[in-house]
Each structure stands twice: as C-alpha cells, then as structure tokens.
Design a protein. Structure first.
Length: 368
C-alpha cells in the first residue's frame, strides 16, 4: 500500500479561514446595502427640502419690496402693525355691485370676512347674488349662527353643516363650486361639502352682488372687511394663504375684490381688473389695528426677517428659517449694511431633524 497518497478535501485550518473570509465578505455586503439605503434616504430628504425651499422662496418673491412704495425704505426689518378699515352694519345697510361676470354657472369661489355683533330673527345673506324669485348663489347665516352655502338651479346644492358662527368673532367664510361639488371653508378649514347634479346648471341673473342684505329676509348686524369673487374653484391651500388679503390683484380668475379699505364715502372700490365698483347704502366706517402674524398677512419682504417655522405642515420633520438684510451692489451683496438700500439679501433655510439644513440666498431689488 502506498502511504504517500493524500486524501481529497480541506484541512480544518483551511475551512476556518474560508469561513472567516465569507463572514467578512457578507459584512461588507451588508455595509454596502445599508450605505445604499442611507444614501437613498438622504437623497429623498434633500429632494423634499429642495421642494419646500422653492415653495417658500416663491412666496417671498411674490411680496412687494418694502412696506413703503418708494424710497426712503423702512429702517427696520421685521413684522409691522397696520391700520385697516372695515364696515359696520347696524341692521339697515348693504353694498351692491353690478358686473356681468359675477353671474356664472361654471366653477367659482365666493369669500367674505365678517363678524356678527347681534343675532337677528331671520336668515341673512352675507354675500351673494339673485333676488328672492331668482336666486343664484349665497353665503348665509341663520338666526342662530348656522352656516349655509346655497346655489340655486338644476345643478345647484346646499351645504348646510352643523356649524355655528359665534357673536363677536371674526371669520373668513368661503363657498366653492367645483364641477358638481360644493364646499364650505371657514378660516381655511374644510367644514362640509355636498354634491349637485352633474348635468344641471345654476340660475343666473342680472341682479347685483350684495353684501349685508339680499333684498329679502333681513339685514346683517355686524362688521365686514373683505369680499372676493373668483371664476374658478380655489384650492384649500390658496384659501389658507390669503385669508387676510391678496397681494396680487391680477391673480388668475379674480373677478371681484372689495377690500373695504376706503375708510370713508359711499363708493366701494373693486381692485380686481373687472373694476366692478359698488355702492354703500348706510353703514359706518371703523378702523382696527392688525399685527402681522403669519404668511397670509405678510405683504412685503421685510416681514420674513427672523421668520421661523418649527414644523412645516404636512412635513413635521422639517422646519424653516429666513433672514433678511440690506446689502449693496458695491460689495457684491456680501456685506450687510444697517442703512436701508436698494437691495435685500434673503437667506432661506429648510431644516431637518436628522440631516443638515438646505439653504439658498435671494438678492431682491426694487423693480426686479
């Protein structure tokens, strides 16, 4: 027998070495897999940050350069308070405005900001169109404060939720028609909706749009300070962003906008392109001091200075910060100046709870 012949196979040492190498290779594979997941997660977060950054920058750029229309510019950057007029109705007053495009059977949005001072014994149409025999649309309040959005016609509907307006509180009341869907929003919150016939139409008429009294039922007792009509269905986000007023009077679909900021007289100006000015019958003018306290009330670039959002709605892991400074062209916008200048530098940062912020800088000048 030949004792020099070796048996086929691996020694114990070789098996152990191969096992260790395989284990190391597997650990490297797991590390690479986790790294890939981390990179993908980071890329997704950065994408969301970029979208939120762009959205906030667009909102900033939509505001005017300064609270003053021309130089000298404001000496302080930040929030301001402003005095705003409103109308007081004591139960024998209304506004009427005529306009051909205020009668529609298509999509529309109607809005009003109001405050009840006293309950009355009947229904009140805060804003709407149409006479008793030929009603079109209207935002109503029942004698106990219950809300109603009513549209007449074969394609109409009534949105009549168990929602009640309190006495002495300002509300932003909105009715939206979108195809055969009808919705009520109060202070930017969707309260209720209803569905009408998809094949029907709404009544229309040549009657004026009225505020405070429909010409039937009874008069409103309270105050009003904003009214608008649109030839399209506004989204909830659009409604929320402009509760306290509009910045751009040429917004798409804006048919009538009565800010009620005249402060005196009987002509009620429509600042939309339609120029559907109205007439005030009765009423008293009041003034209130309003502090800017949110995006919807920001009307110039200054207001965004030191603006902070701890948690962005719908994206709770994200926040935002904005810093506004005056800068000069001579320093290539790199040096901050304490004196008002023709340019403002706006640094916008979108933060994340687990990752570094994403920041960008805007240089905004008057007329740019």
């Amino acid at each position: 027998m030949d004792h020099n012949i070796r048996q086929a196979g691996f020694t114990l040492i070789e098996v152990l070495v191969m096992t260790v190498l395989l284990a190391l290779a597997f650990l490297v594979f797991l590390g690479s897999l986790n790294m890939g997941r981390d990179l993908q997660n980071k890329a997704q977060i950065k994408s969301v940050q970029a979208i939120l950054l762009h959205d906030l920058q667009e909102q900033i750029k939509s505001r005017r350069y300064d609270e003053n229309d021309s130089a000298p510019w404001s000496t302080s950057l930040g929030l301001e308070t402003e005095s705003k007029s409103f109308l007081i109705f004591d139960g024998n007053d209304n506004i009427q405005a005529y306009g051909s495009n205020l009668a529609t059977s298509d999509d529309f949005t109607v809005e009003i900001s109001f405050k009840i001072s006293e309950r009355v014994g009947d229904w009140v149409r805060l804003i709407g169109k149409g006479s008793s025999g030929s009603r079109n649309y209207g935002l109503w309040v029942r004698n106990d404060g219950r809300a109603l959005f009513q549209c007449y016609g074969s394609g109409g509907a009534s949105v009549y939720p168990e929602y009640y307006f309190n006495v002495g509180t300002w509300y932003h009341f909105v009715g939206v028609k979108e195809e055969n869907n009808f919705k009520i929003y109060v202070d930017g919150t969707l309260i209720s909706s209803s569905t009408g016939s998809a094949s029907g139409t709404l009544h229309t008429s040549n009657d004026p749009i009225t505020i405070g009294y429909a010409g039937f039922h009874t008069y409103f007792k309270g105050a009003v300070k904003e009214a608008r009509f649109w030839s399209l269905a506004r989204t909830q986000n659009q409604i929320q962003n402009h509760i306290n007023g509009l910045i751009n009077y040429n917004d798409t679909g804006l048919i009538g906008y009565w800010p009620l900021n005249e402060g005196s007289g009987t002509q009620i100006d429509d600042v939309s392109p339609s120029d559907y000015n109205g007439t005030l019958n009765g009423g008293l003018w009041g003034i209130e001091t309003i502090a800017e306290n949110g995006l919807s009330s920001f009307d110039d670039i200054d207001d965004f200075n030191n603006f902070i959002i701890e948690e962005i709605e719908g994206h709770t892991a994200y926040g935002a910060e904005v810093q506004v400074d005056y800068v000069n062209l001579s320093s290539k916008f790199r040096v901050v100046t304490s004196n008002p200048s023709e340019y403002k530098r706006v640094i916008v940062s979108i933060n994340h709870s687990a990752f570094s912020p994403l920041s960008d800088t805007l240089i905004i000048g008057q007329g740019l």
